[in-house]
Design a protein around this ligand. Structure first.
Ligand SMILES: Cc1cc2nc3c(=O)[nH]c(=O)nc-3n(C[C@H](O)[C@H](O)[C@H](O)COP(=O)(O)OP(=O)(O)OC[C@H]3O[C@@H](n4cnc5c(N)ncnc54)[C@H](O)[C@@H]3O)c2cc1C
Length: 426
């Protein structure tokens, strides 16, 4: 009998637990270790931060879901991973031994890399976790009573740019609906070399589309921006030239700010030799396995992926839903194969597929593969993206509540995008 332990219960971890369980015979044991009792649907955080959602709508208590599926569950959290001993040390002092470990712990948010960044002791908000978005939502109501300038964007070494764009557009839409958009100068400050780069070298015409969306919404921007410090009501950044030299230093006053931070791996992984890179991201091969410890797999934001291309200010490559889903399916099949005495041959499809919501419309893009030149390089804009994103949220949360292993992107979103691409081509 084998014991598979899944670390983390976010988009990757919950899907991995259910898919691994469905792949294995009953005699094998599956246990999930999280540090919180709920699944939280991160992609809806930008809506929560402007009070278009309530926190309870985006959470699913996991104990009953996993009980029904015969999956063990603890929310005490992992303190350290000991891959040489096939053991996870938990925060309560106990240890869990495993035959196979799937690491799906997402990111640690590296606010500390820039003085004054972030919601804990800093001066900018965050939408990266449900709790941060909840704090931002309270501050948002206060801000709207007495509005002023807004700064939104992405710090150096960020890999997750999509939510910064979404949040800027959603904030603009919300302000318009409240009739106070004219009182709010907005600036988007990003490490990307151009608007729409997204850590991917752009996809199709994301540059043109997102610049045009910013122009339509009167949002100014600064690219190649190295944010250096945030003081109360003031963001400091150096704008670089393409050769990396200083173009201009800016001091941007703001009354409400949200900056995406860089990510690292979580503390429980940091410094574990052979398992992670210097920033704590899990090293994996094409089959999602760690080369030093081949019974350890990594899925989701916690895995190490090189940047798409060098940029004047460091940027990372995003890891989004479709890619995570395909990493999970490959991992589940490979673990089942190994347990059944076969080879682990399955590979994830590292493609970027994204629905970026603007609150009323949105931009969708498909990059296959992630690094250019690509076989598919497609982007499209319209109201249908906003509706597709709502459907994705409802469908994903329902899938988690029911403990289903159905891959949402593979079954639905890729088909929807396929139809749209065909229509665009006609
Ligand atoms: C605001 C935002 C919006 C996004 N929107 C989209 C989108 O619309 N579409 C898209 O495709 N992608 C989106 N992404 C990117 C990506 O899909 C998400 O970040 C996704 O949540 C990543 O899934 P994950 O499982 O890798 O990590 P997470 O969902 O972050 O899950 C990690 C889990 O590990 C747990 N954990 C952490 N430390 C420990 C520990 N020590 N012990 C045990 N458990 C631990 C955490 O509590 C968490 O539950 C978005 C990202 C952000 C930040």
């Amino acid at each position: 009998m084998a014991h598979v332990v899944i670390l983390g219960a976010g988009i990757g971890g919950v899907a991995a637990a259910i898919e691994v369980r469905d792949e294995l015979a009953k005699a094998h044991q599956v246990t999930v270790v999280s540090d919180i009792p709920n699944f939280q649907f991160t992609p809806s955080n930008p809506w929560l931060a402007v009070n278009w959602r309530k926190p309870e709508e985006l959470k699913v208590p996991l104990a009953p879901v996993f009980r029904k599926k015969n999956i063990g569950f603890t929310d005490v959290g992992a303190k350290t991973v000991h891959p040489k001993e096939n053991r996870v040390e938990l925060n309560n002092g106990e240890s869990l031994s495993y035959d196979y470990l799937v690491i799906a712990t997402g990111p640690k948010l590296a606010f500390g890399e820039i003085p004054g960044l972030g919601p804990h002791g800093g001066h900018t908000h965050s939408i990266c976790t449900l709790q941060h978005a909840e704090i931002a939502s309270t501050a948002w109501e206060e801000f709207c009573k007495d509005p002023g300038p807004i700064v939104i964007g992405a710090a150096p070494a960020v890999s997750c740019f999509g939510p910064a764009y979404e949040y800027a557009m959603i904030v603009s839409t919300d302000l318009r609906r409240r009739g106070i958009r004219h009182k709010v100068p907005m600036t988007f400050v990003t490490a990307e070399p151009y608007i729409g780069h997204l850590g991917l070298g752009g996809v199709g015409d994301t540059k043109g589309m997102l610049e045009s969306a910013f122009r339509d919404r009167d949002i100014k921007w600064i690219t190649n921006a190295k944010t250096t410090a945030v003081e109360p009501g003031l963001l400091k950044c150096d704008e670089l030239n393409d050769d990396g030299s200083l173009k201009k230093s800016h001091e941007i006053p703001f009354k409400f700010g949200m900056m995406m931070p860089a990510f690292t791996g979580i503390d429980a992984l940091m410094g574990v030799e052979g398992l992670v890179n210097p920033r704590g991201f899990v090293l994996i091969d094409k089959n999602q396995r760690n080369p030093t410890y081949p019974n350890v797999f990594g899925v989701g934001v916690c895995v190490a992926i090189p940047p798409a291309e060098p940029t004047p200010v460091a940027t990372g490559m995003p890891k989004t839903g479709y890619m995570i889903e395909s990493m999970v399916t490959a991992t589940a099949h490979n673990i089942a194969a190994l347990i059944n005495g076969k080879e682990a041959k399955e590979e994830g499809t590292w493609n970027a597929v994204c629905l970026a919501d603007f609150g009323d419309r949105g931009v969708a893009f498909v990059a296959q593969p992630q690094i250019p030149p690509r076989n598919v390089n497609w982007s499209s804009e319209g109201r249908w993206v906003h509706l597709a994103k709502i459907a994705y949220e409802k469908y994903f949360l329902r899938k988690v509540r029911k403990g289903q292993s159905e891959p949402v992107y593979e079954r639905y979103i890729m088909k929807l995008l396929g139809i749209k691409r065909l229509r665009d081509a006609l």
